[in-house]
Design a protein around this ligand. Structure first.
Ligand SMILES: CC(=O)[C@@H](O)[C@H](O)COP(=O)(O)O
Ligand SMILES: NCC(=O)COP(=O)(O)O
Length: 238
């Protein structure tokens, strides 16, 4: 069954907006796991707009499911943060400074040598590595040559086009996942997955190991409550 990793970036956004500790990020992470989340994901960014580097150290002490740290390994501070905390998984995302959110996967062909070197650093530390890629065959093939354990399919395009034509929206992701599986890569997915589009995605993507979901899930929790919302998302994953 596909595992649900809850991204708690937006809890930190709310907390930071008033400068205090409400909502308490550590308590929310603990409760997410209590409510059934099978992983906790954070995406510390250099401007610390939401997840702060200290949050990662604090979360490492209490996360009992799988801890997934996402971010840009082109920042030395990110590399040091991950190696100091040794999460179960690191997800390498090619963000550039000032992006409102992540909006593209790696060019795994142009960055093959760089990614191969970075991936070996984290794997030697005993950390599973996933790299953020678009559902493009050449990028998946390039990912397989870097030594990464998994890819994370960037699902914004699927979410954007889901309502117009869901079969057309998911087609490149099915093809990319089939290729990744043939190449021996694990398959994660994330970005803009929500209660409307998640079940169709999970039902149709072969060998999907994990989805990481944050923005929509936390937004839904404002209406349905966090415990109920996590259960609703888990039900979509069957
Ligand atoms: C890589 C990915 O798709 C998510 O981690 C996303 O980047 C969330 O980041 P924000 O919460 O800052 O939008
Ligand atoms: N890797 C995707 C993630 O962690 C959360 O993305 P989103 O659900 O906040 O768009």
């Amino acid at each position: 069954m596909t595992r649900l990793s809850v991204n708690i970036n937006k809890i930190a956004t709310l907390r930071n907006s008033r400068g205090g500790n409400n909502p308490d990020l550590i308590q929310v992470a603990t409760d997410c796991e209590l409510f059934g989340a099978q992983g906790i994901t954070v995406h510390p960014r250099p401007d610390e707009r939401h997840i702060r580097y200290q949050d990662v150290f604090d979360l490492k002490q209490i996360v009992t499911t799988e801890f997934n740290i996402e971010g840009n390994c082109q920042e030395q501070k990110f590399i040091d943060l991950v190696l100091a905390n040794k999460p179960g998984q690191v997800t390498l995302v090619p963000d550039i400074l000032g992006q409102i959110t992540s909006n593209h996967g790696w060019d795994t062909i142009a960055n093959r040598e760089y990614l191969t070197g970075m991936i070996s650093v984290f794997k030697q530390a005993g950390i599973r590595v996933s790299i953020f890629v678009d559902p493009i065959a050449e990028m998946v093939e390039g990912a397989a040559k870097t030594g990464t354990d998994r890819i994370e399919l960037y699902t914004e395009a699927y979410a954007t086009h889901y309502h117009q034509d869901r079969d057309q929206a998911i087609a490149p992701y099915i093809a990319a996942a089939e290729l990744a599986h043939e190449l021996g890569l694990g398959i994660n997915a994330g970005h803009d997955l929500d209660l409307n589009n998640l079940k169709f995605f999970a039902d149709n993507i072969p060998a999907l190991d994990e989805v990481s979901i944050g923005h929509a899930l936390i937004s839904d929790a404002l209406y349905f409550g966090l415990e109920n919302t996590i259960h609703m998302y888990l039900r979509q994953l069957g």
